[in-house]
Design a protein around this ligand. Structure first.
Ligand SMILES: [Ca+2]
Length: 314
C-alpha cells in the first residue's frame, strides 16, 4: 500500500512538473508569437522602405539625362574608328533611346570631320536634335560671330549648338524645325516648320525655312520681316536688311535679322518677362505671342522631315 502511495506521489510530482513545463512553454510560445508579430512588422516596414527606394531610384533614373547606348549595328569593331550616328533620330529609328526624356550623345553629320555632343529629345515617334535652349538666363547670348559659329553654353542648361553644326545637320537631308516656347503666364506655344535648312559660312549661314503650322503663330516666315532668306548677323557681323544700323548690335543677340525681326529667340533673358526699356525690345521674343514680353523658355529642335510616301506605299 505504501509502495502504491509512493508511486502515486511520484506520478503526481511528475505531473505537476509537466504541468509547470507546459505552462512555461505556453509563455514561451506567447513570447515567440509576440516576437514573430514584431518581426513581421519590421519586415513589412523594410519592404515598404525598399519599395519606396526602388521607386525613387527608378524615377531618378528616368528623369536623369543618360548617355544613350549606340545600337549594335552602328558600332564597328574596335580596330576601326567608331561610326557615329548622323543625328538623334538615327539612333531612335535604329531602336535606341526608348524612354521619353533627354539623352546626350555624340553625333557626326555626314560631312562633319569630328563628332560633337548633342542633346536629344524623344517625342512623337522621333529623336529630335536640340539646337537651342533657354530657360534660366544663366548663359550670355550676346556673343560674336565665332561663338555663334562654333556654339556655346551647356547642353544640360542653356546653349546654342553652333551655326556650323546646324548647317551640317540640316544639309544632309530635308529637316523640319520645332520650336517649343513658354511664356511667364505658364502658357505653352509651339511652332513647326516642315522645312528648315541653314547654309554654310560662305553664305553667312543663310536661313531657309517654310511650311508653318502650330499654335504660336508664325513669327519666322510671316510676310512682315520674314527671316527666311536672311543671313545670320552678330554684333561684329552686319548681314541684315537694315541699311543704317546693325540689328545684332542694337539688340545684342545673334539671329537671322531682317529689318530687324519678328522673332528673337536668342535675346536677353528677363525674369518674369519684363523689359528694362519698353522701346528696346531685346528680350526673348516671338511677336505673335507677345511683342513686348520676353519668353520664359524656348527650345528649338530638328529632325529629318518624314519622307513623302510613294503612291504604292499608301
Ligand atoms: Ca545693317
Amino acid at each position: 500500500m505504501n509502495e502504491t502511495r509512493n508511486t502515486l506521489h511520484k506520478e503526481s510530482v511528475t505531473l505537476k512538473r509537466l504541468q509547470h513545463r507546459i505552462q512555461s512553454q505556453a509563455v514561451t510560445i506567447d513570447n515567440l508569437n509576440a516576437n514573430f508579430d514584431a518581426l513581421e512588422s519590421i519586415v513589412n516596414n523594410l519592404s515598404r522602405i525598399v519599395d519606396k527606394f526602388e521607386w525613387t531610384m527608378r524615377a531618378n533614373l528616368e528623369a536623369r539625362p543618360v548617355d544613350a547606348p549606340i545600337p549594335p549595328h552602328l558600332v564597328v569593331p574596335t580596330t576601326q574608328s567608331p561610326i557615329y550616328p548622323r543625328d538623334c533620330d538615327e539612333v531612335y529609328q535604329s531602336g535606341g533611346m526608348r524612354y521619353l526624356g533627354d539623352y546626350y550623345i555624340l553625333v557626326k553629320p555626314e560631312r562633319s570631320t569630328t563628332p560633337f555632343r548633342a542633346l536629344c529629345k524623344i517625342m512623337e515617334g522621333a529623336g529630335w536634335t536640340v539646337i537651342q535652349r533657354r530657360h534660366d538666363g544663366r548663359e550670355n547670348f550676346t556673343r560674336d560671330w565665332e561663338d555663334y559659329k562654333h556654339g556655346f553654353g551647356d547642353l544640360q542648361a542653356e546653349f546654342w549648338l553652333g551655326n556650323e553644326n546646324i548647317h551640317l545637320l540640316t544639309t544632309q537631308d530635308d529637316y523640319e524645325l520645332r520650336i517649343v516656347m513658354e511664356d511667364w503666364d505658364g502658357r505653352r506655344h509651339h511652332a513647326e516648320y516642315d522645312r528648315f535648312r541653314v547654309s554654310g559660312e560662305r553664305s553667312n549661314f543663310k536661313l531657309h525655312v517654310s511650311g508653318y503650322h502650330g499654335n504660336a503663330g508664325d513669327s519666322l516666315t510671316s510676310f512682315y520681316h520674314s527671316h527666311s532668306g536672311m543671313e545670320f548677323s552678330t554684333y561684329d557681323r552686319d548681314n541684315d536688311r537694315r541699311l543704317y544700323d546693325n540689328c545684332a548690335e542694337h539688340y545684342g543677340s545673334g539671329w537671322w535679322y531682317n529689318d530687324c525681326y519678328e522673332s528673337h529667340l536668342n535675346g536677353k533673358f528677363y525674369p518674369h518677362g519684363s523689359h528694362d526699356n519698353f522701346f528696346i525690345r531685346d528680350g526673348i521674343l516671338w511677336n505673335k505671342i507677345h511683342q513686348y514680353a520676353s519668353l520664359k523658355s524656348t527650345e528649338m529642335m530638328i529632325r529629318p522631315a518624314p519622307k513623302a510616301k510613294l503612291p504604292n506605299e499608301i
